[in-house]
Ligand binder design. Structure first.
Ligand code: BES
Ligand code: ZN
Length: 881
């Protein structure tokens, strides 16, 4: 349990609520400061003498309250005298300021005027500065990033999602700058010499975390939706030629959501802005969505397909929020998953519609879904609906449980109640709660209304309990018995667990007909003869009458793992080998088998043996699971001889697929073959396929940088780095410094973490913290070295030695620190666990409390896994390789 969860006092008092803010900000980019004025209309439901609101790193100069009140009897509008507060008290820990007044402020509405000043910081949150270079000259822009709790760094406000209000913003800026905010400018006037004042039209009623203002020198590309919404992609100078793809996707996504939600996008304008320094991928500010460059800008020649797809997904995600999140907002951060889980569901739903041949749902399964299952298999995971109070706790739940488990359980629900009823439920919910706030139950109620099914009862079991179930399949003389228990990826957590959770599991399963007979028949016959069934498993154990079952959790609809008895597994294996099983089910089986081995439910060698059934596999998403399963086991091996044998095993799978994919794109190949090629080459080279390494190096030497196809650049750089030396490192370093393209820098940074030589890896670590690397990118480079086995120990040492700098650069309340620390979970040595615990006892890691608990659990698990299965793995490898 998190120590801080009792801090309820962190919430603002409920007797004051704002309805309107008039906010004027005057930024000074050069000095990195701003001054501001605001008038907030507030309503109080009792007489008060003090007002508390959020404020962080802000100096409040004066506070005045002005009360207008209808006096009954007199029937005249009487304005009580204005009064200034006589005392302002800051509570730095709670991030609040309290204003004290001599005279009572009577119940009713008042106007609170505040004059203040603050800092345009370098922390990528609140109101912050971003730098870039044009023609050798350093340029500055300033932008906001308020979610979750940083509007309070830009102006004193009631910074909670349920304190919705209307905002009218004015910005005083240099004449040559552009100002962007949530709405359109309605008035631009001269202010003082060289300055203008830009006033924006009032926003809809909205939460503080969705406000935005951005100033700087921008260019843009513009288009319109069918419904005449003006859409602009803003970039810094000379990058708008990379904005075309984003503009297209944004327009199409808005049109799609307009229709799907049956509510028109409520603003006349939508801006998408690429910011050179940005912590996450993007932020859904209403009408003014901000992005990191690599998540928005696509260069048709130099961007890889995977980046293009990522940009499309991110755009659709943020635009889904314009309804789900912005129009209807969670009441408190406990229901954050409503925002993020839904946007994560809708991003795939929308992009699947816009780019059907991308098959994004299957990519979702292979990527985020699997990552979420891994995270949620820890006893230190958290329920989807989770109590949070302090900003550090709030920031920590922007994780794969809220996003990917959230979207996976929504996908499960949509399948359960049918797509049409799902859409109708959504429409009902969005219409009913427009401009208001909701809790999770409000959503379930809408779905119950449209579907008539017990949605709340079923879904509560998925959002209120931590973890997810393992369903075991055991044949008995009565039929097939299905049992459920919580799944743990750590055998130790499993052993220590005392909770008894129970899930309502919607199980779709396959009934094959008599396998033996059917084997003789044609493949097609088999498919038509098998059938799918559904059952709601609402008990710990149920019996399915059929004597034989095929794939349980058909199409991987439910967020579960499945463990089969030997006989059933063998018949599934045959289906795989004989190519009689659908791709998503092939993925699910191997994913679960590797996970069961890790958790100690089956032996690791069973998993290794089973993986060999996939030799003829042709689909990227399945290979992706095989690859991560294998790499987890490779991660444990700490002995040279064993490592050589293990590599032989890995190559027995990857070499032939690398050979058949080749290095060149084939005409008419499947969309996902581009990814499969990368994966096959990457793995073969990683496990030492000399031919593949030679070929990759050759391509690099011949073509360097420009002419290598963008789709394959990343993997070629990695292979060159893995087999390279200081000469290559220097080349990457200079390419990193020189490339103007963020996506290319990201590729280069990853490669710089892939070298084998320790002294070179040290250089990469230092490079990551140098001025050549933006703070937004440094954690990725540090993690690249840390996840590289050869860099593991030295990165940990580096992190400890440089903890003060790390804290200074990455601990301003965001996700950097927790993201940065998560590779610690790959360590396998129990002494490292002791060391880490000791270190973090002495040194605080703000916002990473839960991450650290998860990391500790993983190290402990790795160590126990290796201890239990080492001998067995050794024997298996000796026998076979
Ligand atoms: N609301 C988030 C941005 C955010 C994240 C703000 C964390 C504050 C803290 C945004 O909608 C988001 O989820 N962005 C994702 C991209 C998405 C495609 C998963 C991100 O930035 O990773
Ligand atoms: Zn989001």
């Amino acid at each position: 349990m998190n120590k801080k969860t009792s801090k309820k006092s962190i919430r603002l008092p409920i007797h004051i609520s704002p309805s309107y803010y008039n906010l004027e900000i005057r930024p000074d980019l050069e000095s990195g400061t701003f001054s501001g004025k605001e008038i907030i209309k507030i309503k109080t439901n009792k007489d008060i003498k003090q007002i508390t609101l959020h404020s962080k790193d802000i100096k409040i100069e004066t506070v005045k309250i002005n009360r207008s009140q209808k006096v009954i009897g007199n029937k005249k509008n009487k304005t009580t005298k204005e009064q200034f507060s006589y005392k302002i008290v800051y509570d730095i820990k709670k991030e609040i300021a309290t204003f004290y007044f001599k005279n009572k402020i009577l119940k009713g509405t008042s106007e609170l005027s505040i004059i203040f000043s603050g800092i345009i910081n370098n922390h990528l949150r609140g109101f912050y500065k971003s730098k870039y270079v044009i023609d050798g000259k350093e340029k500055h822009l300033a932008t906001t990033q308020f979610e979750a709790t940083d509007a309070r760094r830009a102006f004193p406000c009631f910074d909670e999602p349920a304190q919705k209000a209307i905002f009218e913003i004015s910005l005083i800026i240099q004449n040559e700058h552009t100002a962007i905010s949530n709405t359109l400018p309605v008035n631009i006037r001269e202010h003082s010499a060289g300055y203008k004042i830009v006033s924006f039209s009032p926003t809809p009623i909205m939460s503080t975390y969705l406000l935005a203002f951005i100033i700087g020198e921008f260019e843009y590309l513009e288009g319109y939706t069918k419904e005449k919404v003006q859409v602009r992609i803003y970039t810094t100078t000379s990058k708008k030629n990379q904005a075309k793809f984003a503009l297209d996707v944004a327009i199409k996504s808005i049109e799609f959501f307009n229709e799907y939600f049956d509510i028109p996008y409520p603003l006349p304008t939508l801006d998408l802005i690429a910011i050179p320094d940005f912590e996450s991928a993007a932020m859904e500010n209403w009408g003014a969505v901000t992005f990191r460059e690599s998540a928005l800008l696509i260069d048709e020649e130099n961007s890889s397909l995977s980046n293009k797809q990522w940009a499309a997904i991110v755009i659709a995600h943020e635009l889904a929020h314009q309804w789900f999140g912005n129009l209807v907002t969670m009441n408190w951060w406990t229901d954050l998953w409503l925002n993020e889980g839904f946007a994560s569901y809708m991003e795939n739903f929308c992009i699947d519609h816009l780019f059907p041949n991308w098959n994004v749902w299957s990519l979702f399964l292979a990527d985020r879904y699997s990552v979420a299952q891994r995270l949620d298999a820890l006893s230190n995971s958290h329920p989807v609906e989770v109590e949070v109070n302090h900003p550090d706790e709030i920031n920590e739940i922007f994780d794969m449980v809220s996003y990917a488990k959230g979207s996976a359980i929504i996908r499960m629900l949509a399948e359960y109640i049918s797509e049409d009823q799902f859409r109708d439920g959504l429409r009902h919910y969005l219409k009913k709660h427009s401009y208001k706030n909701t809790k999770t139950t409000d959503l379930w109620e809408s779905f119950e209304k449209t579907s008539g099914k017990p949605v709340k009862k079923i879904m509560n079991s998925w959002t209120k309990q931590t973890g997810y179930p393992l369903v075991s399949v055991i044949s008995s003389n009565k039929g097939m018995e299905l049992k459920q228990e919580r799944f743990f990826s750590s055998r130790i957590s499993n052993k220590n667990n005392t909770e008894k959770s129970l899930w309502q599991i919607h199980i779709k399963y396959n009934i094959p007909n008599n396998t033996k007979e059917l084997n003789k028949k044609s493949h097609k016959n088999f498919i038509t003869n098998s059938r799918d069934e559904r059952i709601l498993m609402d008990k710990r154990s149920i019996i399915i009458k059929e004597k034989i079952v095929g794939k349980i959790n058909k199409d991987e609809i439910s967020f579960i793992k499945v463990c089969y008895d030997k006989e059933t597994l063998e018949s599934l294996r045959k289906e795989i080998v004989e190519n009689r099983m659908g791709v998503v089910d092939r993925l699910g089986i191997i994913r679960d088998i590797f996970a069961l081995a890790e958790g100690g439910y089956i032996s690791t060698t069973e998993a290794l043996e089973f993986s060999l059934s996939y030799k003829n596999e042709t689909e990227y998403i399945v290979w992706s699971e095989i690859s991560s399963g294998i790499s987890k086991i490779y991660n444990l091996i700490n002995d040279e001889e064993l490592s050589i044998k293990f590599k032989k095993y890995a190559l027995s799978l990857f070499s032939s697929i690398a050979l058949s994919m080749g290095f060149e794109k084939k005409i008419n190949e499947k969309h996902s073959d581009v990814f499969l090629r990368n994966l096959a080459i990457g793995n073969s080279a990683f496990y030492g396929d000399k031919k593949v390494i030679r070929e990759a190096k050759k391509i690099f030497d011949y073509k360097i940088e420009k002419d290598i196809s963008a789709d394959i650049k990343g993997v070629i750089y990695n292979v060159v780095a893995q087999n390279g030396n200081i000469k290559e490192w220097r080349l990457f370093e200079s390419m990193y410094k020189e490339s103007p393209m963020h996506e290319e820098k990201e590729r280069m940074g990853r490669a710089m973490g892939s070298f084998k030589d320790k002294s070179i890896l040290e250089k990469t670590l230092r490079f990551a913290l140098s001025k050549n690397v933006r703070n937004q990118d440094a954690p990725f480079i540090l993690s690249a070295v840390w996840t590289n086995k050869d860099g593991r120990d030295l990165t940990w040492k580096f992190i400890k030695d440089n903890w003060t700098i790390i804290l200074k650069n990455f601990a301003e309340g965001g996700h950097f620190l927790s993201r940065l620390l998560s590779p610690l979970g790959n360590h396998t040595n129990i002494n490292d666990l002791k060391d880490a615990k000791l270190f973090f006892k002495k040194n605080n890691a703000p916002g990473s409390e839960r991450t650290l608990e998860q990391v500790y659990e993983k190290i402990q698990s790795n160590s126990a896994w290796w201890k239990d299965d080492k001998k067995d793995i050794e024997n298996w490898l000796n026998k076979n390789y």
